[in-house]
Design a protein around this ligand. Structure first.
Ligand code: DON
Length: 336
C-alpha cells in the first residue's frame, strides 16, 4: 500500500533523467498489467466485439509535447464515450455556459452511462457524460446538413490529435442498428422539449461521434491539448477556447466514470473519461495528458487495465488533484 507518492523518494540528482524515468515507469506499469485478463470486451454493439482483448497501450504526452509510450499506442479503436467531453466543449463554445446549461445539468447521476432518467424538476439530463446528456450536446452542436456537423466534430478532434481522423462506418452502422435505448432516451427528451424535433439528426451526430477512430496516442494528445489550455502541444494550434476547458474538466472529474465517478475521484483524482471500446484518458491540468487502451471492461463499462494503469501512474507521479505533497506536479514541471 502506498502511503506517499512513489516519486517522493526520487533524489534531486536524478532530475536530468526525469524523461527516462517517466518512460521507465510506463514500461513498468505496462509489464505489471499486461497479463491481466479480467473483464469482457463490449459486445452490445456487435462491431465492438471484434476487438482484440490482448491489446494494451499506455501513452503520456506533456504540455511541451513530449510523448511517452508503451505497448499498442498506434492501434485504432473507436472513441465511444470519450467523445463526450470534447462535444461538451464544442457546445459551450457555440452556445455559451448559460444557454448550454438550460438543456443539460452538471450533477453526477451515480447511475450507469445508459440510464433512462432525467432530472425530475428540470427534465434535463443530469450531466453531459451520460448518454442522455451527450445526446443533448450532440443536438446542440449538430448542423444542417447533418454531415456538416459530423465533419466539424471530426475536424476539431483531428486538430486536437494532431492528425486527420475518420469515422469507422462499420461501427457507425452497428451503433445505429442497435441504438434503440439511445433512441428511447432521445424521444423521451423530445417529449420534454429538451431537444428539438430533429431527433434522428441528433442521434446520428451522437452515433457518428462515438464511431470516430482514434489511437491511444491520439487520446493522450487530445488530453494534453485540454491540459495545455486548449492548444495542441505539438502543432501549437489553438483547438479549444480555454475559457471553457475548466468546465469540461470539472464534469470529467465528477461524472466521467459514471457510477464509479466517486471511487475514481477518490483513488485516482484525475478528470477522466472512459469509452466502451476500452479507452480511457485523464488530464493533469497545465501538465500532461494520459491515455490507456485495453478493450476488456468491468461491469460498469470501464476498461479494467485502464483503471489499474491510471491508478498506478497517478500514484507513481503524484498526479491526484489533491495529492498532499504535490510532488507529481513539481516533478513533471522539471520537464518544461
Ligand atoms: O451510447 C453508446 O452506447 C455508445 N456509443 C457509447 C457508450 C460508451 O462508451 C459508454 N462508456 N463507457
Amino acid at each position: 500500500m502506498h502511503t506517499a507518492p512513489h516519486d517522493a523518494a526520487i533524489p534531486e540528482e536524478t532530475a536530468p533523467n526525469e524523461a527516462a524515468r517517466i518512460q521507465e515507469v510506463l514500461d513498468e506499469v505496462y509489464e505489471k498489467y499486461r497479463n491481466v485478463d479480467e473483464g469482457e470486451v463490449a459486445t452490445y454493439i456487435p462491431e465492438l466485439g471484434k476487438a482484440d482483448p490482448k491489446d494494451f497501450g499506455i501513452c503520456l504526452v506533456t504540455v511541451d509535447g513530449r510523448v511517452f509510450r508503451a505497448g499498442d499506442c498506434d492501434k485504432e479503436f473507436t472513441i465511444q464515450s470519450m467523445c463526450k467531453p470534447f462535444a461538451f466543449q464544442m457546445a459551450l463554445e457555440k452556445h455559451g455556459v448559460a444557454e448550454t446549461l438550460k438543456y443539460v445539468g452538471v450533477e453526477p447521476s451515480g447511475d450507469p452511462f445508459n440510464s433512462i432518467e432525467l432530472d425530475a424538476k428540470t427534465s434535463r439530463p443530469f450531466n453531459p457524460m451520460i448518454n442522455a446528456g451527450a445526446i443533448v450536446v450532440s443536438s446542440l452542436i449538430k448542423k444542417s446538413p447533418v454531415e456538416a456537423g459530423v465533419e466539424a466534430f471530426v475536424d476539431t478532434m483531428g486538430a486536437a490529435a494532431g492528425r486527420s481522423l475518420r469515422i469507422d462506418n462499420a461501427v457507425l452502422e452497428s451503433e445505429t442498428l442497435t441504438g434503440n435505448r439511445n433512441r428511447a432516451i432521445a424521444y423521451l427528451m423530445r417529449n420534454f422539449a429538451i431537444i428539438d424535433e430533429q431527433v434522428n439528426e441528433s442521434l446520428h451526430q451522437y452515433f457518428a461521434q462515438c464511431s470516430l477512430l482514434v489511437t491511444c496516442q491520439d487520446m493522450a494528445m487530445m488530453a494534453a491539448t485540454l491540459a495545455n489550455m486548449g492548444a495542441n502541444p505539438v502543432t501549437g494550434k489553438r483547438v479549444f477556447d480555454f475559457r471553457f476547458v475548466k468546465y469540461v474538466l470539472t464534469v470529467m472529474l465528477t461524472c466521467g466514470l459514471y457510477d464509479f465517478a466517486g471511487g475514481w475521484a477518490y483513488e485516482v483524482g484525475l478528470p477522466a473519461k472512459s469509452g466502451v471500446a476500452g479507452g480511457i484518458f485523464g488530464v493533469v491540468n497545465r501538465q500532461l495528458g494520459v491515455s490507456v487502451y485495453s478493450p476488456r471492461l468491468d461491469a460498469r463499462g470501464n476498461s479494467v487495465r485502464g483503471i489499474l494503469a491510471c491508478k498506478e501512474l497517478a500514484n507513481h507521479f503524484g498526479l491526484h488533484a489533491f495529492e498532499f505533497t504535490n510532488v507529481g506536479s513539481s516533478f513533471m514541471q522539471w520537464l518544461l
